[in-house]
Design a protein around this ligand. Sequence first.
Ligand SMILES: NC(=O)C1=CN([C@@H]2O[C@H](COP(=O)(O)OP(=O)(O)OC[C@H]3O[C@@H](n4cnc5c(N)ncnc54)[C@H](O)[C@@H]3O)[C@@H](O)[C@H]2O)[C@H](O)CC1
Ligand SMILES: [K+]
Length: 502
Amino acid sequence: MSAIEGRLFAAGMPVAALMEKVAQAIFKRVIALYPHPRVRRIGVLVGPGHNGGDALVVARELHFAGYEVLIYRPLSKGKELTGQHGEYVASLGVKFHDQIEPLLDCDLIVDGLFGFGLERSISGEIAEGINRLNAQSQPVISIDLPSGLHTDTGAVLGTAIQANHTLCLGLWKLGLFQDQALAYVGKAELIDFDIPLADIQAVLGDRHPIHRITSTVAIAHLPLPRPQLTHKYKEGHLLAICGSQRYMGAALLCGLGAKASGVGMLTIAVPNSLKPYMSQQLADALVVGCPETASGAIAHLPDSIDLSSFGAIACGCGLTLDGMGVVQAVLESDRPLILDADGLNALAQLGTIPTLCQRQAFTLLTPHPGEFKRLFPPDQDESEDLVRAVRRASEQTGAVVMLKQARTAIGYPDGSVWINPESTPALARGGSGDVLTGLSSGLIAQAIARKIPVEPLVQTAVWWHAQAAISAALARTELGVDAVTLSEFLLQVLPQFTRSGN
Ligand SMILES: NC(=O)C1=CN([C@@H]2O[C@H](COP(=O)(O)OP(=O)(O)OC[C@H]3O[C@@H](n4cnc5c(N)ncnc54)[C@H](O)[C@@H]3O)[C@@H](O)[C@H]2O)[C@H](O)CC1
Ligand SMILES: [K+]
């Protein structure tokens, strides 16, 4: 962002004019969210840099709009432009304080302490001020990002403002989408200020891009509409290898996710003793019983299964590590493969990188953070930056890596990363990952049958799964989104987004 900003200034855009333009847009948003006189007293936090300059322009406009404005400016020295705005705002009679106390009873706080220029941990009196404010209950709007968050990693540097709204300026800051920032960001909105595309491309063009998964992107890749002339095998044939006596439900949930994907044919391989249960629950799947170990895991696949006859293979949900032999077999096959849960644990034991480097076909790994660490032990720099870690994992293995967390990130071997910005804590529940594995695998099997690119369907699956959960939580609260309900909402939520559902 600062490189892009530098290009605008070098091209002749006056710094003060850009600040004015940006801050006017912030002001408009603030008064739309908190109109006068519903809100009367606004406290504005002003830092030493241009984030503070933005805040002062907003403070000035709020003053003229009839609000009572109080300023907290803990550091009197700062950048020149910020100082000039400060002088003018003070000349209007707006009161400046170097302590937070006078602002504590304001109806609203606007936070312009630090933006992307934060370069070290916040400490001392400023940190104490932020902590006192966080203990209060009035709403907080942060300019650009909550002061105290690292722009890229979202790490809390010392302490950070807990905002209700973050008005991010110009381009999304990566830190806002990192899990460690979530408790601070509140609702994030982008405030556009007409950055020329050429400048964005000149700075970001040759770097590894990071994208947000939007509904438009996600829907564009759904295997919809179906061609009129088709048959079941042309709509994908998925083999899901899953379940054990210990984890029967995982196999069912994976099956329910796959079923919702619309895949043409679903074959499910489970331990022999699970076959009656699965057949009863999933009437439309072809259930294959496998010889089982004494512990009730799949010992090996029966001879009747010819791996090469499937479009894609999903392996791992509820398998237990006793089913490790089967993971080795599917890794050696030339079929596109989706590995989850114990499939991932088995892969970590086999050696993630050497094993995957031998595979030619598409591989998708779907770890949660614990599994991810087992697969890819972190180096020191990465413990704070999971987006970087996911990118490296994918580049090193050639696999697509879906790191399932509050804001799921997908790494691709070309270095690009896709983040799902919208989700719900309702998904923090046993079984929701099994549904996602089934859904992703079913979509991938369809893409393979249709000969369309497989990779974007991983984004579609993550987005669809999260939207189903959001919709289910709206209908039933966040407590009502058990995995079976989630699988049912997958198909309920889709017509809202797709034309073929109208
Ligand atoms: N292109 C844009 O997006 C625009 C952004 N604007 C705003 O400008 C800020 C970035 O401004 P900058 O002056 O570079 O940095 P900050 O305001 O974030 O703060 C830097 C300031 O603070 C000092 N400092 C850093 N860390 C600490 C610390 N821990 N304790 C104390 N002091 C610290 C540092 O020395 C600097 O003096 C961006 O976020 C937007 O809000 C423009 O207004 C419009 C275009
Ligand atoms: K800020």
